[in-house]
Design a binder for this molecule. Structure first.
Ligand SMILES: [Zn+2]
Length: 412
């Protein structure tokens, strides 16, 4: 039995919709996953994510949870689902990306990475095996392999060395992952029948009609799924090689890593356009850490199914709001007397109730509600955008949708 099930439901050019079933939720793709760095999506309650936005999957960060409160504490508390009460799907990253961002604080060798905690300077060590152990303690539905994230501007030699290390680490990740699954170390284990009888199972029934082939409702193993990561910076031949080595090992899904790390947008789009059509057609494709609304549309157009990004909440905390007319900043004086909502086209509860003038006042007065309300709107906007994208693909008018969306945001 497989840990996840994924099927394409519609295709428009390279863009595709699909249904992803995990042991905890039914997820329509393309999907945007809100980032829950420290066991919380910053400033936004789970109730809102569940009831209003209908988010089916969020992200957890291995690096942050490993340092605080620590994997063993979370294991004792029954895993990240029980600890946080988030009962829908979780994807956890491997911790690699954050560790490699600590350029001054780390020492890398074949075995893994030694680094100093950004919290207290304590020496810590992460390896493919340890990352798998932490992610099993967290009990996420989707586990990411531990990879070395190559800087966007790395030369050919450095990139090749890095992707070879990533391939060896991917193999080690998979070996340890399998051992952990076989010895019951995953705190999130949930059998298929438990899922069907759970509250999250309701989400399954709501969506049942959208699954075109009833045979796709095969029973799931209840185990974690493991995704491989393709690296190779902006070098297309190395990207291809990394993809071949990753698919050779074999994973439940495939991610494109090492983009949106400072390279030109055109490089990112070229890599996706080159890579996505060559990736396995019957597995979800996940573009890590991307991006703006335009990036999401451009990547979906090139065949990507899953996304995560901190932008909606990070910008929300500094007054930045994403709208269907482009990005605005609520600090601007022009909003002081603006009685319109952030986005007249947005169906979220913030836009139904509050004016830009009020949100600006909250922000200027340093009220914490400002960050909460703008983050809430931004996430609702991103999730609604994904719904519109899926709708357009199903109707076969994604190209027209893209043209209209991009012209609206560039006219403002
Ligand atoms: Zn809104």
């Amino acid at each position: 039995m497989k840990p996840i099930d994924w099927k394409v439901t519609a295709q428009d050019g390279e863009a595709r919709t699909g249904i992803l079933r995990t042991r905890r939720s039914i997820i329509e793709t393309p999907v945007f996953m809100p980032v829950g760095t420290q066991g919380t999506v910053k400033g936004v309650r789970f109730e809102w994510l569940e009831d209003e936005m209908d988010a089916r999957i969020i992200l957890g960060n291995t690096y942050h949870l490993f340092l605080r409160p620590g994997a063993e504490i979370i294991r004792k508390l029954g895993g990240l689902h029980k600890f946080t009460t988030w009962n829908r799907s979780l994807l956890t990253d491997s911790g690699g990306f954050q560790v490699f961002s600590l350029t001054d604080l780390r020492k890398l060798n074949e075995e893994g990475v030694e680094f100093r905690s950004h919290l207290d300077g304590d020496k810590k060590f992460l390896s493919p095996e340890i990352s798998m152990e932490i992610q099993a303690a967290l009990g996420s539905e989707i586990v990411m392999v531990f990879d070395e994230c190559t800087p966007g501007d790395a030369g050919v030699e450095a990139t090749r060395k890095s992707l070879e290390m990533t391939a060896r680490w991917a193999e080690r990740s998979k070996n340890r992952f399998d051992e952990l699954q076989n010895t019951g170390m995953d705190t999130g284990f949930l059998s298929d029948s438990e899922f069907r009888n759970s509250d999250c199972g309701l989400a399954f029934h709501e969506n049942e009609s959208q699954i075109p082939n009833p045979k796709s409702q095969i029973a799931l193993s209840g185990r974690q799924a493991l995704f491989g990561i393709v690296q190779g910076a902006g070098h297309l031949d190395l990207r291809k090689e990394s993809l071949e080595r990753t698919t050779e090992i074999g994973f439940d899904g495939y991610a494109i890593g090492g983009l949106s790390v400072g390279e030109e947008k055109s490089v990112m789009y070229d890599v996706i356009e080159f890579l996505a059509p060559q990736m396995p057609k019957d597995a979800p494709r996940y573009l890590m850490g991307v991006g703006t609304p335009e990036d999401l549309i451009e990547a979906v157009r090139r065949g990507v199914d899953m996304f995560d990004c901190v932008l909606p909440t990070r910008n929300g905390r500094t007054g930045g709001a994403f709208t269907s007319a482009g990005k605005i900043n609520i600090r601007n004086a022009q909003y002081a007397t603006d009685v319109e909502p952030l986005d007249v086209r947005c169906p979220c509860s913030v836009c139904r109730r509050y004016s830009k003038a009020y949100l600006r006042h909250l922000y200027q007065a340093k009220e914490m509600l400002a960050a909460t309300l703008i983050s809430h709107h931004n996430l609702a906007f991103f999730l609604d955008l994904m719904r519109q994208i899926r709708q357009a693909i199903k109707l076969g008018n994604f190209a027209e949708f893209r043209r209209e969306f991009l012209s609206r945001i560039s006219n403002n």
